[in-house]
Design a protein around this ligand. Structure first.
Ligand code: HEM
Length: 409
């Protein structure tokens, strides 16, 4: 994504800690990723303070091979640096993204039934209506913060529809998810994130209690009425999996939509090509997903001594795969540093790959597609009216503020 930030030279690699949120928020790492793909595709990020070191995998081929193999590379020790470096995730074996083997297959099968194109049709329809309403309001006002006034209202609304969350609670949940995963503030602490996560869990605990046996048709009721391996899901499993939908599907999708608007603003030729209908929405959505890559990395733990990209890795080592780098791999993408909305094929790993491939990919694509369609059909010109603000995170990438003036078509 084009955000003006100082470029970090590969010579500085030895001084970098790739777990540092400031590094990702405040600098351009594309030269570092290129250097690593070419020279050191499986790089060791040394221990920092009490946090252990970890492997950094940067080539597309190696990233997909780690993703594909959940036997050699488990998610059960955590699937992001934050939990892996802290020694694990207490929801392991119970929350879909950090469960492997038969239990993962069983849980995923239950949730998949709520994420088919057929099951999602009414939610996608409601997403389109919401996008058109928010864009109309933003155009009428003349200026907006595209992040807060447009993008923020879309994915959380869809997830709340899926979960049957009452309207009155939605703003509260939005502010909690921002604090729990990413951060809009360089000084936000791990304690703030922990408090926000606890509040989300408590909220779902109360909602799940109300929904058990209530006859509702939402995902909470679906989970509460399901069994894996012959045993009904307990309250914790219901709550944790609701929580994982909101954390996995809200800010990621928001950041890709804000990134889409910024990308069109910075690439007037591509904006005009979209407006003239020279590029299809579905193809454009894939390039926006590659370009924005809202989830920078995923993490795994090696279950045995093994090899990644020809490099030995020991049992118990933390292995991180960097979508941000794989999506720029010259071996897979022609001119990866150029935004080309009509790029095909487009084998990006923005939604990961293999057994943990994003459950919400269809919904996220529909949301981004609705935003691109809305911008194309209702906006003539976009102008940036103020500075952007980056998200401070080693996992999420993008901007949390994008002041824009939108002129009607
Ligand atoms: C998994 C990214 C939207 C729910 C994942 C993974 C990635 C990802 C990279 C794999 C994590 C891993 O392998 O450890 C994204 C991005 C999105 C997005 C970039 C938006 C642009 C959504 C939405 C939902 C969702 C809208 C649901 C409402 C999930 C779930 C998993 C997952 C439940 C776990 C799947 C499993 O482990 O089997 N996502 N996601 N995501 N995502 Fe998404």
């Amino acid at each position: 994504m084009t955000i003006e930030r100082p470029t970090i030279a590969p010579e500085e690699l030895d001084t970098l800690d790739l777990a540092d949120p400031r590094l990702h928020a405040e600098s351009d790492l594309s030269a570092v990723w290129r250097h690593l793909r070419e020279r050191e595709p499986v790089h060791w990020n040394p221990a920092a303070g009490s946090a252990p070191g970890f492997w950094v995998v940067t080539r597309h081929a190696d990233v997909t091979s780690v993703y594909r193999d959940s036997t050699r590379f488990t998610s059960e020790g955590g699937n992001v640096l934050e939990t892996l470096l802290a020694g694990g995730d207490s929801a392991s074996g119970r929350m879909l993204a950090i469960t492997d083997g038969d239990r993962h297959t069983g849980l995923r099968r239950i949730l998949m039934s709520a994420f088919t194109s057929r099951a999602l049709a009414p939610i996608v329809e409601s997403v389109r209506r919401t996008v058109n309403r928010l864009l109309r309001d933003a155009i009428e006002k003349g200026s907006c913060d595209f992040a807060a006034d447009v993008a923020a209202g879309i994915p959380l609304g869809a997830i709340c529809d899926l979960l049957g969350v009452p309207d009155r609670d939605r703003d509260h949940l939005l502010s909690l998810t921002s604090s729990a995963l990413g951060s809009h503030d360089a000084d936000s602490t791990a304690a703030d994130a922990w408090i926000a996560k606890s509040e989300i869990l408590l909220y779902f605990a109360n909602l799940a209690r109300d929904r058990r046996g209530s006859g509702h048709s939402d995902v909470i009721a679906l989970l509460a009425g399901s069994s894996v391996g012959g045993l009904p899901l307990d309250d914790d499993e219901v709550i944790l999996n609701c929580y994982s939908l909101i954390l996995g599907g809200d800010e990621t999708a928001r950041l890709s939509m804000v990134g889409a608007a910024l990308a069109l603003l910075n690439h007037p030729d591509q904006w005009q090509a979209l407006k003239r209908g020279e590029t299809g929405i579905d193809t454009a959505v894939e390039e926006i997903l590659r370009w924005t890559t809202p989830a920078l990395h995923s993490g795994r733990t090696a279950t045995s001594d093994t090899v990644v990209g020809g490099h030995p890795v020991s049992a118990g080592d933390i292995v991180t795969v960097w979508n941000a780098s794989a999506n720029q791999d010259e071996q897979v993408f022609d001119t990866p540093g150029h935004l080309r909305l009509n790029r095909t094929p487009n084998k990006h790993v923005t939604f990961a790959y293999g057994p943990h491939f994003c459950l919400g990919a269809y919904l996220a694509r529909a949301e981004i597609g609705a935003v691109l369609t809305g911008l194309r059909d209702t906006v003539a010109e976009m102008e940036q009216t103020g500075p952007t603000r980056p998200v401070y995170s080693n996992f999420l990438s993008g901007i949390s503020t994008l002041p824009l003036a939108l002129k009607p078509a």
